[in-house]
Design a protein around this ligand. Structure first.
Ligand code: FEO
Ligand code: CA
Ligand code: CA
Ligand code: CA
Length: 693
C-alpha cells in the first residue's frame, strides 16, 4: 500500500521563494528586490521555437537524444553496485513489494512537511550536531563566547552560516574524515547583541570578515553511537577567511581588469566571499563558488557592475568604511576579483587557495567536476540570478594519477586551461502549448535539445575569445556579458548542477523565479514553463559529458516542484499522490545507488526547508520522499549522502524577520533564548544499517 503523504496548508507570503526579508537582506543583498540585472533581449526557448524550429532542427534534436541516451545508458562511468540496479520493468509482484518501500537507498518513512523548530528525521534514525559556529578548531582558539568575539578568536573557530559541505577520506586515521565547509555570509543582527546596522563597529566588521570563508576540520566517527565529532587542533584543520591571501590563476591572472592599488600584479586577492555551494574534484581538492559577492561593494556605477547587481550607494554591512577596497569609487577593480570558483587543497594547509578565472566570473552557486574518458575535467556551474545562465568548462589537460608533489602540482593546474561554454536550450513543443501555467504540452514532456556555445579558450600560451567584440580577458571577467552576446538561455536561477555518477545524466536545480513573465521580463518557455515561478524545477540533461568534444545535449524537466496536488507540478511521471511536496530546489547530491538528493532554500508552500531523495531511474523514477526538515528560519545546505550517514548544513537558523541576538526566534540548536548557531548535523540509522535500505 502506498503511503499518503500529508500536505501542510498552503501559506504563501509575498516574499520571494518563501524566505524571510532578513535572509534576503544578508544573504544576497536583497537581489530579488532589485531590478533583474539581465536586461538583454536574448531569444528564449519559446522564441527559438517560433522563429527557428524547422523539420531539420527537430530531426537533429531527435538524433542527439538517441545518441546521447545510448551513451548515458552505457558508456559513461563506472557501473553501479549490482544491488543498486532497479529493473526498468519490474514484475507485478516486485512492484507491489516495492510500493511500500521505495527505491533502494530511499526506503524510509518520509518525514511530513512541518514547521517544527527542530531537525525532524525519519523514525529509526538518530542525529547529532557535529560542529557549530564558533567552535574552536585551530590551536589557540578560545571557547565560543558570543559576548566577546574577536577577529582573532573567530579566525580560529568554525565560521558562520555553513553552506556547502564535503567529507574527504583521511587515509591512515581510523574512522576519521576531513570535513570542508563554506561559510557563505554573516547575519550581523543575529550574531551581535545591540547591533546597530547604521553604525557597525570595527570589531564587529572584523569578526564578520573572519566568520566568512571556508573551514577544514577533521571529524571522527564514534562507531558505537554513530556520532560524528570534530577533532580540534588536528594539523589539517584550517580556516580561510575574507582576508586570507589567494593566488589568482588562469587566463585572467595578471589582467589589467584585476589590478588594484594594493595588488598591481592582479594575481593576489585577499579573501573569498559568499561561498555558496561547491564540489570535490577527482584529484582530491574542493571547489567553492563565490556567489552574491556584489552586496559587499559600495558606490558602483559602471554598466559592467550593474550587470552583476552591484549597488550605487552604501552597502548593508558598511565594510567600505573599514577597508577602502570595498568602495568601488576608490578601488574600481576590486569587485572584479570576486565571483570566481576557488580551489582549496584540504590536504595541504600551507597551500594558498586559488581563484580559477578560466571558469568565468558570475554568481557561481557551486562547481562540480567529472572526468572525460581521456581524463580531462568537465566542470558545471550555475549562475544564481533570475534570468541568468548555466555553464560548462572542458579542460584541455589530463589528470595524472599518483601522489607525488609533481603530480599534485600538475593536477592543481587542470582548471586553468580549457574552454568555457554557456548553455542554449531549444524546446520541442510549439510555443503556443507553453502557456506559463505549467500545463504539460501535448507531447507530455517539457523537453528539447541544447547546445554549449563556446565563450573563450585558455591555453598555456594565452587565451582566445570566441565572442565578437570581447577580448578573452573580458569574457573571463565579464562572463555574464559574454553569455548575453551569444544568446544564452535565461533560466530560473540556476543553482547546483551535477552529473549522476550512475547514469551520466546531468541535473540542474532551478530554484524559482518570481519575475518570470512579470512585466517586461521574459515569459515562460519550455525549460522554464511557469510564469511567477515560486517553486522551481529540476532539469535533466542527457549528454556525452565523458567526451571532450561533446557540445550538444538533450534535456527534459525531471521535476516541476510544488504541492503535488497542484496540476502545475510534475514528478517525472510518477503518481503524484505518492510523493512529498517540495519547493525551491537548491543543492543536489547523489547516493551510491544513483538516487538524487535535493535540499531546498525557501519553501513557498509555507513549510520549513528540507532534504529529499528521489529515484532517477527504474519504476520508481520520480518518487520523491522527504528525509528531514529544518528548524525555524533555516535553509538546508550541503548535503553529503554516504551509505551510513547523511550530513546537512543547517544554515541561518532563526533568520526570521524581527529576530535579533537578544531575541532569537528559534531555539535551535542550544535551547530557548540561546543565540542561534548555524551548525552541521549528521544523521544515521539507529540499527547501524545503511541509509534507506
Ligand atoms: Fe547561496 Fe544560490 O544559493
Ligand atoms: Ca545558502
Ligand atoms: Ca515537449
Ligand atoms: Ca544555495
Amino acid at each position: 500500500m502506498r503511503i499518503q503523504l500529508p500536505i501542510v496548508s498552503v501559506n504563501n507570503d509575498s516574499h520571494h521563494g518563501g524566505r524571510a526579508a532578513l535572509t534576503c537582506r544578508f544573504r544576497c543583498g536583497d537581489a530579488c528586490f532589485h531590478e533583474v540585472p539581465n536586461t538583454t533581449t536574448n531569444p528564449y526557448v519559446g522564441d527559438v521555437i517560433a522563429d527557428a524550429l524547422s523539420r531539420r532542427t527537430v530531426m537533429r534534436a531527435a538524433a542527439v537524444v538517441t545518441a546521447a541516451t545510448a551513451v548515458g545508458a552505457s558508456a559513461t562511468v563506472a557501473a553501479p553496485k549490482a544491488s543498486a540496479a532497479e529493473p526498468a520493468a519490474a514484475t507485478a509482484a516486485t512492484s507491489t513489494r516495492h510500493a511500500s518501500r521505495g527505491a533502494r537507498g530511499l526506503r524510509f518513512e518520509p518525514v511530513a512537511p512541518n514547521t517544527a523548530d527542530t531537525v525532524t528525521i525519519p523514525d529509526g534514525y538518530a542525529q547529532n550536531v557535529v560542529i557549530r559556529w564558533g567552535e574552536p578548531i585551530l590551536r589557540g582558539a578560545p571557547a565560543f563566547d558570543p559576548e566577546n568575539q574577536t577577529a582573532e578568536s573567530q579566525s580560529k573557530q568554525f565560521g558562520y552560516n555553513n553552506d556547502f559541505l564535503a567529507l574527504l577520506p583521511l587515509p591512515g586515521e581510523r574512522h576519521r574524515q576531513v570535513l570542508v565547509a563554506n561559510h557563505e555570509y554573516t547575519d550581523e543582527v543575529l550574531m551581535f547583541r545591540g547591533y546597530d546596522a547604521a553604525n557597525p563597529t570595527k570589531q564587529q566588521v572584523e569578526v564578520a570578515w573572519a566568520a566568512h570563508g571556508l573551514s577544514a576540520v577533521v571529524v571522527e566517527e564514534d562507531r558505537r553511537s554513530g556520532k560524528l565529532t570534530p577533532v580540534p587542533r588536528h594539523p589539517l584543520n584550517r580556516r580561510v577567511t575574507a582576508t586570507s591571501e589567494f593566488k589568482v590563476t588562469g587566463p585572467a591572472a595578471g589582467s589589467d581588469l584585476l589590478k588594484t592599488s594594493a595588488d598591481p600584479t592582479g594575481t593576489k586577492v585577499l579573501g573569498t566571499l559568499n561561498n555558496c555551494s561547491g564540489g570535490v574534484t577527482p584529484w582530491g581538492t574542493t571547489l567553492h563558488g563565490e556567489e552574491n559577492f556584489n552586496q559587499y561593494f559600495a558606490n558602483a556605477t559602471r554598466a559592467t557592475d550593474k550587470r552583476y547587481g552591484l549597488g550605487t550607494g552604501a552597502t548593508e554591512r558598511k565594510w567600505e568604511r573599514f577597508d577602502k577596497r570595498f568602495d568601488v569609487a576608490q578601488e574600481p577593480n576590486e569587485p572584479h576579483r570576486f565571483g570566481f570558483v576557488v580551489e582549496l587543497d584540504p590536504y595541504d594547509p600551507t597551500a594558498k587557495p586559488r581563484k580559477r578565472t578560466a571558469l568565468g566570473r558570475f554568481k557561481h552557486e557551486g562547481a562540480t567536476v567529472r572526468l572525460t574518458d581521456d581524463g580531462r575535467p568537465v566542470v558545471y556551474s550555475g549562475d544564481d540570478e533570475r534570468f541568468d545562465y548555466f555553464y560548462k568548462f572542458i579542460g584541455s589537460k589530463r589528470m595524472k594519477k599518483g601522489s607525488s608533489r609533481a603530480v599534485r602540482e600538475h593536477n592543481l593546474s587542470l582548471l586553468d586551461e580549457g574552454t568555457l561554454y554557456v548553455a542554449k536550450l531549444t524546446g520541442d513543443s510549439p510555443a503556443i502549448e507553453i502557456d506559463g501555467s505549467g500545463k504539460l504540452p501535448a507531447d507530455g514532456e517539457f523537453d528539447g535539445s541544447g547546445e554549449w556555445i563556446p565563450l573563450a579558450t585558455a591555453t598555456a600560451k594565452g587565451a582566445v575569445s570566441h565572442v565578437e567584440g570581447m577580448t578573452a580577458d573580458e569574457v573571463f571577467v565579464f562572463t555574464r556579458l559574454a553569455g548575453d552576446k551569444v544568446g544564452a538561455t535565461k533560466m530560473d536561477r540556476p543553482e547546483d548542477i551535477e552529473p549522476n555518477p550512475h547514469t551520466g545524466k546531468v541535473y540542474v536545480a532551478l530554484t524559482n523565479n518570481s519575475n518570470r513573465g512579470v512585466g517586461a521580463n521574459a515569459k515562460a518557455d519550455e525549460a522554464n514553463p511557469r510564469n511567477a515561478n515560486k517553486h522551481g524545477q529540476i532539469l535533466e540533461l542527457t549528454e556525452r559529458w565523458n567526451r571532450a568534444d561533446s557540445k550538444k545535449f538533450a534535456w527534459t524537466l525531471f521535476l516541476v516542484a510544488g504541492d503535488p496536488g497542484d496540476p502545475a507540478t510534475y514528478f517525472a511521471g510518477f503518481p503524484k499522490d505518492d510523493v512529498s511536496p517540495i519547493s525551491c530546489p537548491d543543492n543536489v547530491a547523489f547516493d551510491s545507488y544513483g538516487n538524487l538528493w535535493i535540499s531546498t532554500d525557501g519553501n513557498a508552500l509555507g513549510n520549513h526547508d528540507g532534504l529529499f531523495g528521489v529515484a532517477t531511474r527504474g519504476d520508481r523514477r520520480g518518487e520523491l520522499k522527504q528525509f528531514l526538515t529544518m528548524p525555524n528560519g533555516a535553509e538546508t545546505c550541503g548535503p553529503v549522502i554516504q551509505d551510513r550517514r547523511v550530513l546537512v548544513a543547517v544554515q541561518h537558523p532563526g533568520e526570521i524577520d524581527g529576530a535579533t541576538a537578544e531575541k532569537p526566534l528559534s531555539a535551535w540548536p542550544d535551547g530557548a533564548g540561546k543565540i542561534n548557531r548555524p551548525a552541521v548535523v549528521a544523521v544515521w540509522r539507529k540499527d547501524g544499517c545503511d541509509i534507506g535500505v
